[in-house]
Design a protein around this ligand. Structure first.
Ligand code: CDP
Length: 199
């Protein structure tokens, strides 16, 4: 079965948790596409060469989740050649046999517009900054400033800007528990699986 769940949205909206839960519940493979951009952003030197030469080991580094690497990722993510270098791998992953969940910024709009399920997961900047602060610590006002800066860069870029696909299901998690958000996402996946029919 070819079946893609595309999950897009801004930083710390809950995409990662929802994606992992969908992959586990439905037995799909999961790709956190942000880790590709983070792995490019963390490297010194030419980001285009880094994107073209990315290896699986690069994605396993334990320093990819920091705020600074998130910022570096969004800076290299505006470069069209970087995005182009990462495109084919993501497309193939999306259409692999057995089903796939991909989370990122442009999955439903650019990487896999034919995805059977598209979710746009969002929350207010304050709620997202608070979550990121609980996860990583530091100064909460500074975390909020960085969330806003990254939102502006991701939504304002020319190539593959962050925006909901026209047919995406919107999930605003500002006032939801993670359990509630996961159930909404699962209902959308189940409805699409029924539409796709057996096999
Ligand atoms: O986990 P968080 O939502 O904070 O960020 P991430 O998903 O790891 O993505 C880090 C950065 O990579 C984003 O701010 C985007 O600039 C970029 N990115 C992208 O451009 N396209 C994607 N499909 C995924 C990430």
């Amino acid at each position: 079965m070819i079946f893609t769940v595309a999950i897009d949205g801004p930083a710390a909206a809950g995409k990662g948790t929802i994606s992992r839960a969908m992959a586990e519940r439905f037995g799909f493979a999961h790709l956190d596409t942000g880790s590709l951009y983070r792995a490019v952003g963390v490297k010194n030197g030419d980001p285009v060469a880094a994107a073209r030469g990315l290896t699986p080991d690069d994605l396993e580094r334990d320093d990819l989740r920091s705020l600074a690497v998130g910022q570096a990722a969004s800076r290299v993510a505006v470069i069209p050649e970087v995005r182009a270098a990462l495109l084919e791998f993501q497309r193939r992953f999306a259409r692999r046999e057995g089903g796939a969940v991909l989370d990122g910024r442009d999955i439903g709009t650019v990487i896999c517009p034919e995805a059977e399920v598209k979710l746009y997961v969002t929350a207010s900047p304050e709620v997202r900054a608070h979550r990121r602060w609980l996860e990583l610590g530091g100064d909460e006002a500074q975390v909020l400033a960085e969330v806003r800066e990254r939102d502006a860069r991701d939504m304002g870029r020319v190539d593959a800007p962050l925006r909901p696909a026209a047919d995406a299901v919107l999930i605003d998690t500002s006032e939801m528990t993670i359990g509630e958000a996961v159930e909404l996402a699962a209902a959308a996946v189940e409805a699409a699986l029924r539409r796709a029919g057996p096999g």
